[in-house]
Design a binder for this molecule. Structure first.
Ligand SMILES: NC(=O)c1ccc[n+]([C@@H]2O[C@H](COP(=O)([O-])OP(=O)(O)OC[C@H]3O[C@@H](n4cnc5c(N)ncnc54)[C@H](OP(=O)(O)O)[C@@H]3O)[C@@H](O)[C@H]2O)c1
Length: 512
C-alpha cells in the first residue's frame, strides 16, 4: 500500500496534513475519553473532512443526533470551543459532525447492509472507544461489547482496504503478568491459550467455551441470581486465564480477535493506563464521572474508607486524558500515512515518570489536610483519619476480624428494637467492596513501557509534539494530583453529577 510522508517538514504538522479532508468514524463519544478525542479533533484539526459518530439511542433520546445534542454537545468539555467562538463551533457541528444511530455490538451496527457498505466506503479511519469498563460486568455483556463487537468493526474495515482502525484497549490486558510490560502482544499469565504464527492468540475455541458456560448458567438461574452468577463466572474465567477481572480479560480477547481479523491491514491498538483528569486540555482537571482511583478518593473524603489493600512501593500508572486523546490522534495520523501494519502503543506514565502508590496517597493526604475546604463537593469536613495502605493479607485479617463483632453488634441492636445500621459496619462493607473491585490495581507489580509511543512522538516532529503532547514526563505529580486533579474532581465530576441528578429529579413536562 502507498506510504505517504508522515512528517512533511518542520513548518507543517504531519497530523494536520494527514487528517486534512479525512473522514473518521468514532464510537464511545458519549463516554469520557471519546468526548476528549472529539473535542481535540474539532479544536485542532479544523480541516478534517468529517467526524462520524456511531451512537446508540437510549430511552430518552432514541436518535443519535438528539442524543448527541443533549448528552454530548452540551458537555462542559466544549466550554473552551464555545467561549472561543460559539458560532464557529455550532457551524462545525452542523456541517462536519455526522451522527449515526447504530449499535456497535449488532451485525452491520444495526444498519442495512447497503448503508453499512456505503459507510465503509466513505470512511478513512475508525476509532473504537466503546467498551464496558465495569470490572465486574456480567460475562456475556462484557464479551459482547469488549470482544465480539470487534467482528463488526473488522467487517466494516474489510469492506475498505485502506481503512485505518484504531482500537482503544487498556494496558491492563497485561493481567497478572509482572515486570516490564512492552508494547507487544500479551501472553496470558494463567491457563495456556494457543498462539498463532502471527503472534496473536487463537481465541475462537475459548470464546465458544465461554459462551457454552454462559448458556449453562442462563439455563439454571434467573433474575438477580442470574446476574450474580454471570458476574461470578466472568471473574472465575478471568482468574483462570490470568486476569483479575472480566473487563481486562475480555479486552485482551478483543485485541486477539482484531489482530486475527485484520491481519495484514492497518490496525493500531492504543492501550492507556488508568485515565484521569486532563493535564491541560480542554481545561486543566476536566473529567467526567468518578473513575477508578476516584471512587477510592471519594470514599476516603466522605470518611468511609481509611484502610485499603495496596503496595506503597508499587508504581500506580495514571495518565491524564488529554495525553491519551493525543496518542490516539498521533497514531491515527500514522496509521493513515503508513497503512498495512499492526502497531501497539501504550499511553502510560510508569516507565518515564513513575509515581508510587505511597507518594500518590501522600500527595492527596497533604492536600486534604491543608486545603480540604477548597474542594467543597469532595470534602464535607476536614478528614480526621489517615489513609493507610497495607498488604492484602493484613487487610483481610483486620477487616475480617472487625466485621464479625460489628455484625453481631448490629444484630443485637436490631433485636433490641433499634432499627439502624451501624455506620462503622456500613463503612467496612464499602471498604471491602471497593477492595474487591480495585484491590488488584493498588498493588501493582508491573511497569508499563511506552518506548514505541515516545519514538512515534519524536518521528512526528517538533510541531506535532507541541500540538499533540503525549509525554508523561511533563507531569508534575504534586501539582497535578493536588491542584489539577482534585480541583477537576470537585469542579467537573462531582458538580456535574449533582447537576445531572438534580435535572433527573425534576418532574418532566407532559406532552401537550
Ligand atoms: N477510563 C479508564 O481509566 C480507561 C483506562 C484504560 C483504557 N480505557 C479504555 O478507553 C475506552 C473509553 O473508556 P471511557 O473511560 O471513556 O469509558 P466510558 O466513559 O464508560 O464510556 C464508554 C463508552 O462505550 C459505550 N458503550 C458501552 N457499552 C456499550 C454497548 N453495549 N454498546 C455500545 N456502546 C457501548 C458507551 O455508550 P453508551 O453511553 O451508549 O452506554 C460510552 O460511549 C474504553 O475502550 C476503555 O476500555 C479506559
Amino acid at each position: 500500500m502507498a506510504k505517504q510522508q508522515l512528517q512533511p517538514g518542520t513548518s507543517e504538522s504531519g497530523v494536520l496534513q494527514q487528517l486534512r479532508g479525512k473522514h473518521v468514524l468514532i464510537t464511545g463519544t458519549t463516554g469520557f475519553l471519546g468526548k476528549v478525542v472529539l473535542e481535540k479533533l474539532i479544536r485542532t484539526v479544523p480541516d478534517i473532512g468529517g467526524i462520524h459518530l456511531l451512537i446508540r439511542g437510549n430511552k430518552r433520546y432514541p436518535g443519535a443526533r438528539e442524543r448527541f445534542d443533549n448528552e454530548i454537545a452540551s458537555s462542559s468539555v466544549f466550554n473552551r470551543l464555545r467561549q472561543d467562538d460559539n458560532e464557529a463551533f455550532e457551524n462545525f457541528l452542523e456541517e462536519r459532525v455526522h451522527c449515526i444511530t447504530g449499535e456497535v455490538t449488532e451485525p452491520h451496527f444495526g444498519l442495512t447492509p447497503e448503508r453499512f457498505r456505503s459507510l465503509a466506503g466513505q470512511m478513512d479511519a475508525f476509532i473504537n472507544s466503546a467498551a464496558s469498563v465495569n470490572f465486574r460486568e456480567e460475562l456475556d455483556k462484557a464479551l459482547k461489547i469488549n470482544t465480539l463487537c470487534l467482528e463488526n468493526v473488522a467487517a466494516l474495515a474489510k469492506l475498505n482496504s485502506t481503512m485505518a482502525v484504531i482500537q482503544v484497549s487498556t494496558c491492563y490486558v497485561n493481567g497478572k503478568n509482572s515486570g516490564q510490560v512492552t508494547e507487544s502482544v500479551i501472553k496470558p499469565a494463567g491457563e495456556a491459550i494457543p498462539r498463532s504464527t502471527d503472534g496473536y492468540y487463537e481465541i475462537d475455541e475459548l470464546v465458544h467455551l465461554l459462551q457454552d458456560k454462559v448458556a449453562d448458567v442462563r439455563s439454571r438461574y434467573s433474575g438477580k441470581m442470574l446476574e450474580k452468577k454471570l458476574v461470578d463466572l466472568g471473574i472465575r474465567e478471568a482468574n483462570l486465564y490470568g486476569w483479575s477481572d472480566t473487563y481486562t480479560f475480555t479486552k485482551w480477547l478483543g485485541e486477539q480477535l482484531l489482530m486475527k481479523a485484520l491481519s495484514g491491514r492497518s490496525l493500531t491498538i492504543v492501550r492507556p493506563a488508568i485515565i484521569e483528569s486532563a493535564l491541560e486540555e480542554p481545561s486543566p482537571g476536566w473529567i467526567e464521572g468518578v473513575k477508578v482511583a476516584d471512587a477510592i478518593i471519594l470514599a476516603y473524603a466522605r470518611g468511609k474508607v481509611s484502610l485499603f489493600p495496596g503496595k506503597r512501593s508499587g508504581i500506580i500508572d495514571v495518565i491524564p486524558v488529554d495525553l491519551v486523546a493525543n496518542s490516539i490522534i498521533l497514531s491515527l495520523a500514522e496509521t493513515i500515512a503508513e497503512p498495512g501494519q499492526r502497531r501497539i502503543y501504550q499511553c502510560c506514565s510508569g516507565s518515564s515518570n513513575p509515581i508510587s502508590l505511597g507518594e500518590f496517597i501522600d500527595h492527596l493526604m497533604a492536600e486534604a489536610k491543608s486545603s480540604y475546604a477548597d474542594y467543597d463537593q469532595l470534602f464535607y469536613r476536614k478528614p480526621t483519619k489517615p489513609f493507610i495502605a497495607v498488604n492484602r493479607k493484613l487487610f483481610d485479617v483486620v477487616v475480617g476480624g472487625m466485621r464479625l463483632p460489628l455484625s453481631i453488634a448490629g444484630k443485637a441492636l436490631r433485636l433490641a428494637g433499634q432499627n439502624r445500621e451501624l455506620k462503622v459496619l456500613k463503612n467496612l462493607d464499602t471498604t471491602r467492596s471497593l477492595a474487591t473491585i480495585f484491590g488488584f490495581y493498588t498493588a501493582p507489580d508491573y511497569t508499563f513501557r511506552n518506548d514505541r509511543l515516545m519514538a512515534l512522538a519524536s518521528r512526528m516532529g517538533e510541531l506535532d509534539r507541541v500540538l499533540f503532547p503525549v509525554d508523561a514526563r511533563q507531569i508534575d505529580w504534586q501539582l497535578y494530583l493536588r491542584k489539577i486533579h482534585l480541583g477537576g474532581l470537585n469542579r467537573y465530576a462531582l458538580n456535574e453529577r449533582k447537576l445531572y441528578s438534580l435535572r433527573a429529579a425534576q418532574p418532566r413536562k407532559k406532552a401537550a
